[in-house]
Design a protein around this ligand. Structure first.
Ligand code: TMP
Length: 250
C-alpha cells in the first residue's frame, strides 16, 4: 500500500526539508530539498540530487535501526523525495555523537581533525537558530524543561546504541562514522522515538581506507565533488543499481 496519504498544507519549511500535514491526524509528510546551507545559513547553495539521496539513505538507515529495536518516526517512502513519518513533538535538542575529533570539537579543544577519541563523546545543542544552536549540558536541559531526566536517559541510551549499530553497518560499506547528529521526538503517548534524518548532511562519513570525506564538509569547506560523494554513500549502502523503494517493489 503506497502513497495512501493525502498531502495537505505545508506546516514548516526548514533549510533542507519541508513538512506537510496529511489527512491522517498522526501522520506528516517530509519532503527533502536540494538546498544546502552551512554556518547557520551564512552559506547557501544547491547540491543537485541531494533531496532524493538523503531521502533514500535516511529511510534505509531508519529501517535498519528499527530492525535492531530503535523506534523511529519512519512510516513509508512515498516518492523520490517524500516520506510519511509519525507526527511528533520534537525535543529541541541536537544530539551529537562523536567517535573521532572533527568540526567544532576539533576547533573547541584544539585537536587535529582525525584524532581518535578514547571513548565516545555525547553532546547536546539547544535548537535555536537565533542563538546559533548553543552547546548545553544535562543540567541546562532539565532546568529549562526541554526534556526530563528520564527522557534524557532514554535519548542517550538510544544515541550510543545507534552509534554502535550504524558504525558497524557503515564500516562494512567502507565508511567510517566520524560523528553525527540525531533528533528525537515524543509521540502522543509520551514515547521518545528517533526523528529527523541520517544522511551525509547530518553525519561525517570518511572512506575507511583513504579517509576521503564523503559528506557535507565538502560543501561547507568548498572542497568540490559534493554530488559525487553523496551518490557514492548511497550506492555503497543501497547498491549501484538502486532505483528506489517503489521501483523495487513493482
Ligand atoms: P559540528 O562538528 O559542526 O558540531 O557537527 C557535529 C556533527 O553534527 C556533524 O556530523 C554534522 C552534524 N550537524 C548537523 O547535522 N547539523 C548542525 O546544525 C550541526 C552544527 C552539526
Amino acid at each position: 500500500m503506497s502513497g495512501n496519504y493525502k498531502k495537505l498544507e505545508q506546516l514548516y519549511e526548514g533549510k533542507a526539508k519541508k513538512v506537510f500535514k496529511t489527512d491522517r491526524d498522526n501522520v506528516y509528510i517530509v519532503e527533502y530539498k536540494d538546498d544546502a546551507t552551512a554556518g547557520n545559513g551564512a552559506k547557501k547553495g544547491i547540491i543537485a540530487g541531494k533531496g532524493v539521496i538523503n531521502n533514500r539513505i535516511t529511510n534505509y538507515l531508519m529501517r535498519l535501526l528499527e530492525t535492531d529495536g530503535i523506534p523511529t518516526h519512519f512510516i513509508e517512502e512515498l516518492s523520490d523525495t517524500e516520506t510519511a513519518v509519525r507526527r511528533l513533538a520534537i525535543v529541541p535538542l541536537e544530539v551529537i555523537v562523536r567517535n573521532i575529533a572533527a568540526g567544532s570539537l576539533a576547533v573547541r579543544l584544539g585537536l587535529a581533525e582525525g584524532t581518535k577519541l578514547r571513548s565516545t563523546v555525547l553532546e547536546y545543542c539547544y535548537k535555536d537558530d537565533a542563538l546559533g544552536d548553543p552547546l548545553v549540558n544535562e543540567y541546562h536541559i532539565i532546568a529549562m524543561g526541554w526534556a526530563s531526566a528520564a527522557e534524557l536517559k532514554t535519548i542517550s541510551n538510544y544515541a550510543f546504541t545507534i552509534n554502535r549499530l550504524l558504525s558497524k553497518h557503515l564500516e562494512s560499506a567502507g565508511i567510517e562514522l566520524i560523528d553525527f547528529k540525531l533528533e528525537f521526538g515524543r509521540t502522543d503517548d509520551g514515547e521518545i522515538i528517533l526523528a529527523d534524518e541520517i544522511s551525509p548532511d547530518t553525519c561525517r562519513f570518511w572512506d575507511v581506507k583513504t579517509r576521503e570525506k564523503l559528506d557535507k564538509d565538502l560543501f561547507r569547506r568548498d572542497l568540490g565533488g559534493v554530488e559525487a560523494a553523496y551518490r557514492e554513500v548511497m550506492e555503497r549502502l543501497l547498491g549501484r543499481g538502486y532505483r528506489g523503494d517503489r521501483a523495487a517493489a513493482q
